[in-house]
Design a protein around this ligand. Structure first.
Ligand SMILES: NC(=O)c1ccc[n+]([C@@H]2O[C@H](COP(=O)([O-])OP(=O)(O)OC[C@H]3O[C@@H](n4cnc5c(N)ncnc54)[C@H](OP(=O)(O)O)[C@@H]3O)[C@@H](O)[C@H]2O)c1
Length: 251
């Protein structure tokens, strides 16, 4: 089995890479900075320097991986740009990077993966969105809006690629305890509700992939909370989400 993980050099992506390596699969990962891969790299893990915002860069990485393997069975997009922009400001640079990685980069991942899989008439593309994109409300952050867009266009790819034997799974996790999330929160995740340890998140994602689910939201408590909130009238939902964002920002 050949698995390529964009954004597989740290966090959720690297954890998934280690899982598939342990199963004996051929695994390729890419990221912009390969120094992020810490410790001893498994021998069946191949790492490529690539930026998903540049389609030629991602194409080259996937082609180099496939020169050494035959088919592309599974492509997982774990890239993402996020900042603590709730109830605060984000810089132009942060906003531009977020839009590029989460929108253009995610589209490039779908395009490069489906191009590689089309002749096989099989394959599975997975994208990590976020539970924050499930709700539609006025005061949501730019990050939330980009993740909502990913949920929308992965739905379109799901329908478009089905006749070609290619499956699409979208994962919408709640808070996952990664170094990136810690770094953004001064190592204090006490205000992150229903925080999921990285190994638990990895297991949930692998189960969703194995079952070829269309959309998986976890943890369950977060999913229920989102379902409840989505039933509220828009002004009340806006107010609750605004107050929550302010509370999370308070030291
Ligand atoms: N952690 C959470 O609580 C949480 C919750 C919901 C959803 N998510 C989503 O899950 C995904 C992974 O999050 P994480 O916490 O594991 O973050 P992370 O550790 O920062 O992982 C992101 C990975 O993507 C790579 N990457 C970022 N931009 C890239 C680009 N333009 N081209 C190629 N690679 C790029 C990073 O490496 P380089 O920077 O070196 O390129 C890194 O390998 C993100 O999409 C995030 O939005 C996370």
């Amino acid at each position: 089995m050949n698995v390529f993980i964009a954004g597989g050099t740290s966090g959720i992506g690297y954890s998934l890479a280690l899982h598939y390596c342990a199963k004996g699969y051929h695994v390729g990962v890419c990221g912009r900075d390969l120094h992020k891969i810490s410790g001893n790299k498994p021998s069946n893990l191949l790492a490529y320097q690539a930026d998903v915002c540049e389609i030629s860069s991602l194409t080259l990485a996937v082609q180099s991986f496939l020169n050494e393997q035959e088919n592309l069975d599974l492509f997982i997009n774990c890239t993402g740009s996020y900042a603590e922009d709730v109830a605060g400001n984000i810089s132009y640079e942060e906003a531009a990077q977020m839009l590029k990685t989460n929108i253009l980069g995610a589209t490039n991942c779908f395009e490069v993966a489906r191009t590689a899989m089309l002749h096989q008439k099989s394959g599975h593309i997975v994208v990590i969105a976020s539970v924050s994109g499930i709700l539609d409300y006025k005061n949501s952050s730019l990050y939330t809006k980009t993740k909502r867009a990913i949920l929308q266009f992965s739905d379109a790819y799901h329908r478009a690629l089905k006749p070609f034997g290619i499956s699409v799974t979208t994962i919408a996790p709640g808070y996952v305890d990664t170094l990136k999330l810690r770094a953004l929160n001064n190592n204090d995740l006490s205000k992150k509700p229903f925080l999921v340890p990285l190994d638990v998140a990895t297991k949930k994602i692998v189960e969703a992939i194995d079952a070829k689910k269309k959309l998986v939201i976890f943890p369950l408590k977060m999913k229920w909370m989102m379902t409840f909130l989505s039933l509220l009238p828009a002004p009340i939902l806006n107010l609750i989400m605004y107050k929550k964002a302010k509370w999370m920002k308070q030291e």
